[in-house]
Design a protein. Structure first.
Lengths: 553, 145
């Protein structure tokens, strides 16, 4: 959508594209359908929006420039296209500039023996795709065909779009980190596809299209390079000056092939629909709850604070108290700043208790400290937060949408959906479980080595029930806490750190624990991984309150 | 631009040049589109599998890998086709006076490369790959009259 908008805008500005009224209506419907497709997506994030919009923006500019080049400088295009070295040189230059501009010091390469064959397949397929269509997602060859006078093949465009989307949809729905397309998105997409087909009708009505021929035919194109800037000629003048063939595939009279293609596409989309809307039976580990524990406090909010502005903390507590489900919550603040005036803070923010802790291990140590010291007086549900909460704009709606006082067992209040392979756990933020803590913790919880996929938590903010906290051995929490506070523990040794910065106040191990909370509280199943919407999207169409959490009932 | 510093050997070669310009691999256009569909599907799915499922979260690595393969393909093509040597009577010089045409084409290729990097980044971050693919549907309808 964006690519074409930019492309059309550029072409409109240079006066290449006149638009008929019918065409504008068709494009408007198409734009609305494309927008609907995006707005009903439930896993939008800033990163994926920036990446996908940029991709289309750049593709649109590239296509527009390509079309203008072919139109006004066909000779130069012909000449340059016979110099493939120039293609790869520019490609390499852009890659190099990208690395220089955006390199943050993290690795950009990895040598992975296990995936070497798949990497090779990807490289060959991508190269062929770029060579044939000059793009992976946005083919440019049609641009050449259109400008060179070849009748535009709108009908074949529909199978192309449908086949690629159908195969991608089927495959993605089968993966562990599966995809899901809702009914509205499918409707928007089908409307968009119909609009592609409608193009032929519009052109016929406006007398633009040429009737497709039965056989391949030659179209005369000028191969002569433009002499200089001043002799840019229009296409009609160039066509016919010299003969160069372009092949026009024909469809009329090829009915058996069309029927076969139609049936294949229909079957593919049936399979896509079935796979997309069928819920797989995911593996569920035992829940392990302490159902005998009875708590006197229904909800407690635990805040880990250092030197955050007191006004901000006061605002946070006030906002949480204004929620009907948290109006009677008990607020406890743990401060890791020994110079803070606890009583003054307690009065200013309206907390029920303020406790000073040594500045060790950031919020991870705070939460473990609370669990260990309050083991027998834990609230029925505890909300663990940092005083400076992450994603405040999405944080409150997320609690409103998903938190249930009666049912919530574990609910992550950060990003969700990051899954890793247990024995090779890592994420796209360059965190890697080099020490094998994830399988070790899994083994400690379930007394089993059958660890497969793990859903990672993030941001160190979540809600958990006492039944879940107490469902596993207290020693597990104690061992993790010990890793923070003992400066001779494995978590502070070079073998574990592997060159990463570490200190007692900002332990590297904190990043690992931040990701393991969902595993510790036995809410690491794949249902949550694919059903939970992103914080930005907020809700999944067709979803329910159970999408992002594990219940205790 | 002095594009007349080379001349086509003859008209047949000119046709050959134009045909060749359809793709680097001399694939007939009739099969080009199904092949593009196949390659782009394999490329998307393998990229998704590597970047997301296998935690090989290095999109630039995939980009440079395909660049490396593209270089090999070009070398392979020039090794195989002797007629390429006969394509031009006089070999064109690499450096030429800058023209609008050359600038537009170079920019187009540059933006295309940027788009490719962003597509790979989008595959890494977009969990619903079909939505990403569906969003490109509008591109297929844009055309010149």
């Amino acid at each position: 959508m964006i690519a074409s908008f930019v492309e059309d805008l550029l072409l409109l500005l240079v006066g290449v594209v006149p638009r008929t009224q019918a065409e504008l209506v068709r494009i408007s419907v198409l734009a609305a359908a494309s927008a609907g497709l995006l707005f009903t997506e439930y896993r939008l994030s800033v990163a994926n929006l920036v990446a996908s919009i940029s991709a289309m923006l750049f593709a649109g500019v590239a296509r527009a420039l390509w079309k203008m080049s072919i139109r006004y400088r066909p000779g130069e295009v012909s000449y340059i296209m016979d110099q493939p070295g120039r293609f790869v040189s520019i490609q390499a230059l852009v890659g190099l500039i990208w690395v220089l501009a955006f390199w943050t010091g993290d690795r950009i390469f990895t040598f992975d023996h296990g995936n070497i064959s798949l990497l090779a397949v990807n490289a060959v397929a991508s190269s062929l795709s770029l060579t044939l269509g000059r793009s992976i997602l946005f083919p440019m060859d049609d641009a050449s065909a259109q400008v060179l006078g070849v009748p535009v093949q709108y009908l074949p465009d529909r199978p192309v779009v449908l086949v690629v989307t159908g195969i991608v949809g089927c495959f993605s729905a089968l993966l562990v980190r599966r995809s899901y397309t809702n009914v509205f998105q499918l409707c928007c997409f089908l409307i968009a596809v119909l609009c592609i087909g409608g193009k032929g009708t519009v052109d016929t009505a406006s007398g633009q299209s040429q009737a497709p021929s039965i056989t391949y035919e030659r179209v005369n194109i000028s191969p002569e390079p433009a002499a200089d800037d001043s002799d840019a000629t229009s296409l009609p003048e160039e066509i016919g000056s010299t003969r160069v063939p372009a092949f026009v595939s024909s469809l009329a009279g090829d009915r058996p092939r069309r029927y076969l293609l139609g049936i294949s596409v229909a079957l593919l989309w049936m399979a896509y629909g079935i796979l997309n809307f069928t819920e797989r039976r995911e593996r569920h580990d035992p829940t392990l709850l302490d159902r005998n524990y009875v708590s006197e406090v229904p909800v407690e909010v635990v805040l880990s604070m250092y030197k955050e502005p007191v006004e901000e903390v006061s605002k946070l507590i006030s906002n949480l108290r204004s929620m009907p489900t948290l109006s009677d919550a008990h607020f406890t603040i743990y401060i890791k700043n020994s110079e803070a005036d606890n009583e003054n803070i307690r009065q200013k923010v309206g907390a029920d208790g303020v406790v000073t802790l040594p500045n060790i291990g950031r919020e991870g140590e705070t939460y473990l400290n609370h669990i260990l010291n309050r083991w027998d007086s834990l609230a029925r549900q505890t909300i663990f937060l940092q005083a400076d909460i992450h994603n405040p704009r999405e944080f409150y709606p997320h609690i409103k949408n998903y938190y249930s006082r009666l049912r919530t067992g574990f609910l992550s209040l950060g990003w969700s959906g990051t899954v890793c392979n247990c024995r090779d756990c890592g994420d796209k933020f360059f965190w890697q479980d080099n020490a094998g803590l994830v399988p070790r913790t899994y083994n400690g919880i379930y007394n089993s080595t059958d660890c497969d996929k793990v859903l990672l938590s993030s941001k160190g903010q979540f809600i958990v029930s006492a039944a879940r906290i107490r469902g596993i051995d207290k020693e597990i929490y104690h061992d993790l806490w010990q890793a923070f506070v003992d400066d001779k523990s494995w978590a502070h040794q070079p073998e574990y750190l592997q060159g990463r910065p570490d200190s007692m106040s900002a332990a590297d191990f904190g990043y690992t624990l931040e990701r393991m909370w969902s595993l510790l509280f036995r809410c690491s199943n794949m249902d949550v991984a694919w059903k939970c919407p992103s914080l930005l999207s907020g809700w999944r169409i067709g979803g329910d309150i159970g999408d992002c959490q594990c219940f205790d009932d | 631009v002095n594009m007349t510093s080379y001349t086509y050997a003859d008209e047949n070669n000119a046709e050959s040049a134009q045909l060749r310009s359809r793709s680097l691999l001399n694939i007939d256009h009739g099969y080009g589109r199904p092949l593009w569909v196949f390659c782009t599907t394999v490329s998307l799915l393998s990229a998704r599998y590597l970047l997301v499922e296998q935690n090989v979260h290095y999109p630039l690595q995939l980009y440079f890998n395909q660049l490396f393969v593209a270089c090999l393909m070009i070398l392979w093509r020039y090794r195989r086709s002797d007629d390429t040597q006969e394509l031009f009577v006089e070999r064109p010089k690499f450096w030429r006076p800058i023209t609008w045409g050359a600038v537009m084409i170079s920019l187009s290729l540059g933006f295309k490369s940027l788009s490719t990097i962003c597509v790979l980044q989008a595959i890494l971050h977009f969990q619903n790959l079909p939505t990403l693919v569906m969003m490109t549907v509008r591109v297929h309808t844009s055309h010149l009259p």
